[in-house]
Design a protein around this ligand. Structure first.
Ligand SMILES: [Zn+2]
Ligand SMILES: [Zn+2]
Length: 389
């Protein structure tokens, strides 16, 4: 079998070798070879799982969705690893399944791979119940989401179709016991774990050699989904920006210490080699969206609810995206409220029967709004200033 040298930029610090089909890539880190296996995890989404060499075998990082061809794609990826790269690889040598976070495209396959390999499942403590008690979590969270949608101004008859499009429902994923809860800061088998919440409540990234396997923390092209912290505690724009700045700090510290660039290996899209630059462009994209939202509110004849703002910003008629649009707008509105740039109007009229929250910008002109993301960055820098007593 032949291997094709991938033609990535010459400055890439990691040597990357793609398999003959392109479905598997070998990343030669300075701690050992890591394999990236591609799978169709959702109808509209390709994802990656990673094999990391550890003492006595392998760790599988993320597990696909367990839906569509996800398990089959991963299985054929394992075969490619064995046929084209490492004849000693066996599925049974997977000793641990480590989840970057408990979104379905990352953990839905965990129970199946755990059964087939005997490997235990590791995940951050904050998301361990999502893996071990998915059905109960889905029931409770959906009640919270119903309230959120009603407050957003979604008509009551549209609530269930929108939640159905999102698909966080009991029975969707097989529940499985968690063998180890992570907290961040662990160093195990040459892997170092960082707790970086925002995209999810218990998101971790895993440093192995000069690669950081980073789940959905930062993608090379698109902005990661962020939820309002009011809906999913420990997420929200503030936590997400803090985690991006923390990622940038880790990348800079790594380069200073080892004289080598760190490469981010995300769960979707391309590897990222210039981390500070990508963090900067992601923060700028977040700011552009915040300014667009402020402009919509400033130009509106009357205060708007989240559903009305989302319709102007994103609505594209695809029901399975409505929940994502409302979450995206919700996390931005939450931040702007926190920063004192918006207010909720008519609060005295709110009742359980008429819970719709309407927002108004406390600005005469959106152009005068100070860079909102930079306000959050300033908080991060102040909190992490080593000169502070
Ligand atoms: Zn995710
Ligand atoms: Zn994902």
């Amino acid at each position: 079998m032949t291997c094709v040298e991938s033609n990535l930029k010459r400055s890439d610090p990691l040597k990357i070798i793609a398999s003959s089909t392109g479905a598997v890539s070998r990343f030669q880190t300075n701690a050992g070879d890591v394999y990236q296996i591609q799978a169709r995890v959702l109808p509209f989404l390709i994802g990656f799982v990673y094999l990391v060499p550890i003492e006595g075998g392998w760790a599988l990082i993320d597990s696909g969705s367990g839906e569509l061809n996800s398990n089959a794609d991963i299985e054929s990826g394992f075969q490619v690893v064995r046929d084209e790269f490492d004849a000693s690889f066996r599925v049974e040598k997977i000793r641990h399944i480590i989840l970057t976070h408990a979104h379905i495209d990352h953990f839905g396959g965990a129970s199946e791979w755990s059964r087939r390999t005997g490997a235990g499942i590791w995940i951050h403590a904050f998301e361990s119940r999502l893996v071990s008690a998915y059905d109960a979590c889905a029931r409770v969270e959906n009640m919270r989401y119903v309230q959120y949608l009603l407050e957003s101004g979604v008509a009551s008859e549209d609530v269930q179709p929108i939640l159905g499009g999102f698909g966080f429902k009991p029975g969707r994923a097989d529940q499985a016991p968690v063998s180890r809860k992570l907290y961040g800061g662990e160093e195990i088998y040459g892997m170092k774990f960082f707790y970086l919440p925002g995209h999810s409540a218990g998101h971790v990234a895993i440093l192995f050699g000069d690669a950081l396997i980073s789940g959905d923390l930062l993608l090379s092209k698109t902005l990661s989904q962020v939820w309002p912290a009011r809906m999913v505690p420990q997420t929200g724009a503030l936590n997400y920006v803090f985690s991006l700045k923390e990622l940038e700090r880790i990348a800079i510290a790594f380069e200073e210490r080892f004289g080598k660039k760190l490469t981010v290996l995300p769960a979707h899209e391309e590897p990222i080699t210039d981390i500070p630059c990508r963090v900067e462009t992601a923060l700028r994209s977040m700011e552009r969206r915040n300014q667009r939202l402020l402009k919509i509110l400033c130009e509106a004849d009357a205060p708007l609810c989240l559903a009305e703002i989302a319709r102007q910003m994103y609505w594209n008629g695809r029901p399975n995206r409505e929940f994502f649009a409302l979450s995206d707008v919700g996390c931005r509105v939450e931040l702007l409220l926190q920063l004192g740039i918006l207010e909720i109007v008519d609060s005295e009229r709110l009742t359980n029967e008429t819970p719709v929250l309407r927002y108004k910008a406390l600005l005469s002109d959106a152009e005068t709004a100070e860079n909102t993301i930079q306000q959050v960055v300033r908080m991060y820098l102040a909190r992490n200033n080593p000169d502070t007593i």
